[in-house]
Design a protein around this ligand. Sequence first.
Ligand code: NAD
Length: 375
Amino acid sequence: MRIGIPAEIRPGETRVAATPETVKKLATRHQVVVQSGAGVRAAVPDEAYAAAGATIGSMEDAFGADLVLKVRAPNELERTRMRPGTVVVGMLNPFDKDNTAAMTASGLTAFALEAAPRISRAQSMDVLSSQANIAGYKAVMLAANTYQRFMPMLMTAAGTVKAARVLVMGVGVAGLQAIATAKRLGAVIEASDVRPPVKEQVESLGAKFIDVPFLTDEEREIAQGVGGYARPMPADWIRRQGELVHERAKLADIVITTALIPGRAAPVLIREETVMAMKPGSVIVDMAIEQGGNCPLTELGKTVVKHGVYIIGEPNLAALVAADASALYARNVLDFLKLVIDKDDKFVIDREDEIVRATLLCHNGATPGGDPLRT
Ligand code: NAD
């Protein structure tokens, strides 16, 4: 089989879907063609891919392969370079119906890795976790860079400096890494989430959990989430959480927000009144900005100062750690390929496999059910 690794062309995308480590494994059984320059922004020169057994080629060569490994969903320019029947694997944004329809219309077979179920067998191919972990780390780095004070408590001859107070809103994979990273820098941390099991995880990292009590069975039930993901909480719970968060945010120096609900706009957790009440020079990093943001004042791709507070709306934080983000992503992809390439090196779709079923967006220009595309 011919496997192609194109350079990502989406603005700001620095990652690459394969590294010399994964190419070396693929090249023992397949022909691998890497677009020249595909790894440059992730610190991988063409020579390293060539040494791992790949051929270096053009964009057409990479997209002309039987199987194309991508980071982001192909745009029109990229789709038109793939022939019908090409298999494409990547973070293909399964909630974007237009994009799925376009890939289907192009006759592609596409797998969206973000759609893998959160089961133990899928952990090694869990791109959401590998990238969120990096993003959580980078969010703290950006905050520390903008914050005009120390993170740790320091006792110096010129007097004592207080430790920074960090508030983390939404403690999934990114939030947990943000807590761990801020802790390593010496900050004092509080965190909030809707899901009850998070309390123990937060406390095990040495942070304090902000408890918003459940007043009804309905609230308690919704807070359990589905498949490890949160569901939208009732308005009254959100109001009570907002009041509590307002009080905690007034004391915070850095707020990192990561709260997401799959397939929906991010919940608003830091209202303008709360920003107004925060200390001058404090910093918010809104990691949910690509889903609309957890703070209405955040602006996509910008750092703005509102009411004396720095608000960072940098999207795609994992791409700012391109080398390690690519290394982990490439391993996720390699692991996924074991499910769709059989021992005779042939491409297979096992619809009985729950991971294959969940990730398959379209197959040879038809919906996963085999129905022809309806326009
Ligand atoms: P996510 O990125 O979807 O959301 C981030 C966090 O925001 C979640 O913890 C969510 O509960 C929280 N949130 C949503 N609405 C909120 C609100 N109004 N207020 C406060 N917090 C709110 O989450 P994620 O990082 O993808 O992780 C979701 C869960 O899945 C975690 O428990 C994680 O440990 C688990 N997980 C399991 C596996 C596995 O079993 N294989 C793999 C990865 C993650």
